[in-house]
Design a protein around this ligand. Structure first.
Ligand code: C5P
Length: 239
């Protein structure tokens, strides 16, 4: 079984504020995407990384990656392909670039640059052991409520309070049997874009998705405060 990682990195990152595409912004001097590729390459289970670049930026991303040491072992192959308008389309384009001998796929957001190798290994091991779909997840600390539409621009009404003990915040890498993920992307694409994760698309096929423990450091860099946290985590690792 050969496992590849697909890294969607084609997003603009507008919630982070104006500037370069999110994956190309630096954390302590190194682009977020480079951290993310290294995080995948550090796992012995991953032998190939497919980076999905901003549509107009594939050549720039290739040059950027060539300028950085990516793998401690030096054996992980890295392919760069142009992405699409939505995350879902970007993942689909990454899957289309996989060689025929790949049987398992990890999909990892460039926006989660600090995921520890133990988390990557745990997801890969579950795929190796035959799970069709695996997600790393953590309990949530906030209480989560569902809201309805506001009437005439007034405040949104609360519709329901979800049972916190049963909720999990889901991270990446999410791991899949290759055939299952391809089928999900083919079928769900017909229903429209807008899935926020790949496992959700597999769930809609009726295939069981299992959970392994996630990690606090696999948090997603979305807003400006997340950059502060990511740089502090990196500084602590180097200390
Ligand atoms: O927007 P969000 O934070 O959910 O994006 C998650 C990941 O999907 C990021 O790594 C982003 O670069 C990627 N993405 C993409 N193509 C898009 C939109 C988002 O590869 N069109």
């Amino acid at each position: 079984a050969r496992i590849a990682a697909v890294i969607p990195a084609a997003g603009r990152g507008l919630r982070l504020g104006p500037g370069a595409p999110k994956a190309l912004r630096s954390l302590n001097g190194t682009p977020m995407l480079v951290h993310a590729v290294r995080a995948m390459a550090r796992s012995r289970a991953v032998s190939l990384v497919v980076v999905v670049a901003p549509p107009e930026g594939a050549a720039e991303v290739r040059t950027l990656l060539d300028g950085h040491a990516l793998a401690a072992r030096g054996t992980t192959e890295v392919i760069v392909v142009p992405g699409g308008e939505t995350r879902q389309e970007s993942v689909r384009l990454g899957l289309a670039a996989l060689p025929g001998d790949v049987t398992g796929v990890l999909v990892h957001d460039a926006a989660r640059p600090l995921v520890p190798v133990d988390t990557v290994d745990a997801v890969a091991a579950a795929v190796r052991d035959g799970a069709p779909a695996v997600v790393p997840a953590l309990p949530v600390s906030d209480t989560v409520k569902e809201v309805g539409p506001s009437a005439d621009g007034g405040p949104e009404p609360v519709v329901a309070t979800l049972e916190r003990a049963r909720l999990r915040a889901v991270q990446t890498p999410q791991g899949f049997d290759r055939g299952t993920l391809l089928e999900a992307h083919e079928k769900v694409a017909l229903e429209g874009e807008g899935a926020t994760d790949d496992a959700g698309m597999v769930e809609r096929l009726g295939v069981e998705v299992v959970v392994v423990p996630g990690h606090e450091e696999a948090f997603k860099v979305t807003r400006p405060l997340d950059l502060v946290l990511a740089e502090a985590v990196l500084a602590r690792r180097r200390a």
